[in-house]
Each structure stands twice: as structure tokens, then as C-alpha cells.
Design a protein around this ligand. Structure first.
Ligand SMILES: [Zn+2]
Length: 84
């Protein structure tokens, strides 16, 4: 895998802070020299910030316990959502 391919695959991990120090440095170094990855890095960063802002807006209004109802279905639990 080339540095470019690797960087493209790890852009979102980089922005989310999921990469180790070594991996971050590798992506940093590549993004400085690569127009595509530099642009990609900024785009993913902007997207992450936008999503974070949305989370901040939606968070306080999410009904309590909504995730308890959603998760079982996602795991292959009961297909019918509990409406009570
Ligand atoms: Zn690149």
C-alpha cells in the first residue's frame, strides 16, 4: 500500500484522534506534500466539526432511553420497535 492509499484510508481516524502518534506523524507528513490528502484532511475535519455541532443541537432533545430501544434492533433483536 502506498503512503497515499494508507493516508486516504486513515483520514477520518486521524481527525477523530484514533491514530497513534506514529501514524499521525505519517499522515501529517504525507498530507503536507499531497494536495489530495491535504484537502481530504480539511474536508473530514470540517465534516466532523459540523457533525459535532449537530450532536450538540440534538443531544439535549433526544428522548431519554432512546438508545436502549434502538440498540436491540441493531443487534438483530426484536424487529418490531417498542412504541410504548
Ligand atoms: Zn495523498
Amino acid at each position: 500500500m502506498t503512503d497515499h492509499e494508507w493516508s486516504q484510508r486513515h483520514l477520518s481516524h486521524y481527525v477523530e484522534g484514533d491514530l497513534g502518534r506514529h501514524a499521525r506523524r505519517r499522515l501529517d507528513r504525507h498530507a503536507r506534500d499531497c494536495v489530495d490528502c491535504g484537502r481530504g484532511l480539511r474536508a473530514v475535519r470540517a465534516l466532523t466539526q459540523a457533525l459535532g455541532a449537530l450532536d450538540g443541537l440534538a443531544g439535549p432533545y433526544a428522548p431519554a432511553g432512546i438508545f436502549d430501544r434502538v440498540r436491540p434492533a441493531g443487534r438483530g433483536g426484536p424487529a418490531a420497535p417498542q412504541t410504548a
